[in-house]
Design a protein around this ligand. Structure first.
Ligand code: GCW
Length: 685
């Protein structure tokens, strides 16, 4: 009998074609005979309409005829209507982009098994106007915090050679509603704006445009000096202003629909207006003025912190709140979801729901810098929804999502950014499962209300298999994966106890010696001592809680009412403090790290059962990752518990398993790899 089962599964497995993951969630089989698609009279055949028609001809299998129409009375703002009457599906919008989104929506419905019944109407309009990926790609082909190979942009070959990958990228983005891309790293090289580079940028923009994607660039604030040869980059200097105006005019000649600039200024050593005694307003508005005549935007990042600040988490708010009301209406302040830096779990940044007259946009990190990179499976839709649905208490009640969707002026643009996890690896994201985060990011910009479970289903069905024996268990894995990672990495609001530089494994003890900035050390954040653990942000500490609206400020500031998931973010808590479940902080830490380990092991076990439903290539690749994730969870648990035990002086609860590693071994261990291969994974603790 066992042999029989074995034989069946071998036959079954071999019938699944090996896949390299390059087709992402777009794995539809092409029709032998094209589906019947009609572009209605009066609708111009733009390149975008041609793409919509071609995609439907190639992949629509529903039998009905399809009618495409762009008309002024169609849905605005990239929206569309899909309507089935008899054996015709009508797809209409006020723009060709809307029709393209309708086409991808219809194909998604087909792939996930949602039917369009007679008379049914699907009408959608995206929530955010601008749904944009931020690439942290450097002109030399490296990607900052990239774990999927090198940059997809082949600057050396451009503009003469245009890689077919650019179009595949554009198509994947359009299929989930993404309509903007910042091509280069926020740590921007001045040379990015050279005439030579701009011609290469134009070649990429030409490929992205028909898919409804506008091209943006990150700029180095000192470009007028470093590239233009001026003696200053002072935003109030007339020559500097003229340099930017000329540069922007040059860009728009090459890229008529150019989107605008993303700026990281006076942050982590990047130049900015403060170098000249000017403010963020002076800097942002100067660029806004030169972009405005062309319809361009400035996304100005609020990720700022000085070495001298007593609490890094407070600084963005302190610097930006006083400037509210002074920014031009084509400036958007781009704010990371949490007040520190894309940690496994952070409370939302108090800058959300704070400024009244300035448009604010969330920045999420799709690339898993602090969440296991391209090894761990961590489905981020749950985390992003948690942030977007958090109550800010602004004006009597607005969630982070609502606050960022509110237009501060009639002309303001609403936006959401995601730091891309895409590279030139065959499967785009290094890990096949990490494709889910690219997918979910786009879908959530379009509709923040769609549930994480729904997104998991959509992704799994399209990317792997629609078999419920696969989708059911893997949906649970994805939905639990973020909390699990928080459990084995940094529960209860712990943050930034990563190994320095690479941010992969645990190093709560990290201290390279020398004159390093205190806020680059884990001890700055965890504050472990003989009394307890955690950063005191109450009135007695940095008073970071005061940056939140009431009643939240009081709630967070009181140890008894602070949500326990943020306990150590806001409080320095005694090891013996008794938590809501009646156990001490120390015991809860021990149990929670172990729970994370159990969860990670469970995920690996579930994946092992998925062999019959996944092709061999992707199965094996993912198996190596789930197995490593389970080992890493043990590494995290042992490192953190053994290290913190030196301060708590308390024993592990009797029913907690003994550590597998010794603290001094872990402390001697140095991880020194940029790209993880299967062999590198073996070398980890
Ligand atoms: O998360 C930190 C990263 C840096 C990054 C910075 C930022 C692009 O470690 O690599 O730089 O944030 O967001 O600017």
């Amino acid at each position: 009998m066992r042999f029989f089962v074995f034989l069946i599964s071998v036959l079954f497995v071999s019938s699944l074609r090996a896949e390299d993951g390059s087709r992402l969630w777009l794995r539809m089989e092409q029709n032998v005979k094209a589906a019947e698609v009609r572009v209605e009279r009066g609708t111009k055949r733009t390149p975008t309409i041609d793409i919509a028609a071609r995609e439907l001809e190639n992949y629509w299998k529903g039998g009905c005829r399809l009618s495409l129409r762009v008309s002024p009375d169609g849905a605005a703002r990239d929206g569309f209507t899909l309507r089935r009457s008899g054996d015709v599906v009508e797809m209409s919008s006020a723009s060709d982009r809307g029709v393209l989104y309708a086409a991808y929506t219809l194909l998604r419905m087909q792939q996930v098994g949602d039917s369009l019944r007679e008379g049914q109407v699907v009408a959608e309009t995206p929530a955010y106007d601008l749904r944009i990926l931020n690439h942290w790609d450097n002109p030399n082909g490296t990607v900052e915090r990239g774990y999927a190979g090198r940059s997809i942009w082949k600057w050396d070959e451009l503009p003469a050679k245009v890689s077919p990958r650019y179009e595949a990228y554009a198509r994947a983005n359009a299929s989930v509603g993404i309509n903007g891309a910042v091509l280069n790293n926020v740590n921007a090289k001045p040379g990015m704006l050279s005439s030579d580079m701009l011609r290469k940028v134009a070649a990429i923009a030409d490929v992205l445009r028909p898919y409804g994607i506008r091209t943006f660039l990150s700029v180095n604030f000192a470009s007028p000096k470093a590239l233009g040869g001026l003696s200053t980059a002072d935003p109030l200097d007339a020559d500097v202003q003229k340099w930017w105006a000329d540069k922007v005019a040059e860009i728009y000649k090459l890229v008529p629909d150019f989107g605008g600039f993303l700026v990281k200024a006076n942050s982590e050593g990047e130049p900015g207006p403060q170098d000249y005694g000017r403010s963020h307003v002076d800097g942002a508005n100067m660029l806004a003025d030169v972009l405005a005549p062309h319809g361009g935007l400035v996304m100005w990042r609020a990720f700022v912190y000085q070495a001298s600040s007593p609490d890094r988490a407070c600084q963005a708010y302190e610097e930006f709140m006083p400037l509210d009301g002074q920014f031009k209406d084509n400036v958007i302040i781009q704010v990371k979801n949490g007040p520190v830096d894309f940690q496994p779990r952070e409370p939302f940044s108090p800058l959300f729901g704070a400024m009244r007259h300035t448009q604010v946009m969330p920045e999420f990190q799709v690339t898993q810098e602090y969440l296991g990179q391209s090894i761990h499976t961590v489905f981020l839709a749950t985390m992003w929804k948690d942030v977007l649905s958090a109550e800010t208490y602004q004006d009597g009640g607005l969630t982070v999502g609502e606050a960022t969707l509110r237009r501060t002026t009639p002309k303001s643009v609403t936006a959401m950014a995601g730091v891309s996890n895409i590279g030139d690896s065959e499967n785009w994201t290094g890990s096949d499962m990490a494709q889910a985060n690219w997918y979910a990011f786009g879908r959530l910009c379009w509709d923040p209300e769609v549930s994480a479970a729904r997104l998991a289903d959509e992704f799994l069905k399209q990317t792997f298999s629609a078999d419920e024996r696969f989708v059911g268990p893997m949906r649970q894995v994805l939905l639990r994966s973020w909390e699990a990672a928080v459990h084995y990495m940094m529960p209860y609001g712990l943050h930034h106890i990563f190994a320095g530089n690479h941010h992969y494994g645990p190093e709560p003890w990290y201290h390279p010696g020398g004159n390093i900035r205190l806020d680059w050390l884990p001890e700055y954040y965890h504050r472990a001592d003989s009394v307890g653990l955690g950063f005191d942000r109450t009135k007695k500490g940095s008073n970071g809680v005061a940056q939140y609206h009431e009643p939240l400020a009081t709630l967070l500031g009181d140890l008894r009412t602070c949500p326990e998931e943020y306990l150590l973010w806001f409080h320095h808590v005694p090891w013996t403090y008794v938590m809501r479940n009646g156990l001490t902080l120390w015991d809860n830490l021990c149990y929670t790290y172990n729970r994370g380990v159990d969860e990670a092991r469970h995920f690996a076990a579930v994946w092992n059962e998925m062999r019959p439903y996944v092709d061999g290539e992707r199965f094996a690749r993912q198996k190596a990752r789930f197995d490593r994730q389970a080992k890493d969870a043990v590494w995290w648990r042992d490192a953190c518990l053994l290290y913190f035990r030196q301060f708590s002086g308390m024993p592990l609860p009797a029913d907690c398993p003994a550590p597998q590693h010794r603290l001094d071994d872990l402390m001697k261990y140095r991880l020194n790899i940029d790209n993880y291969t299967a062999a590198d994974m073996e070398k980890l603790p």
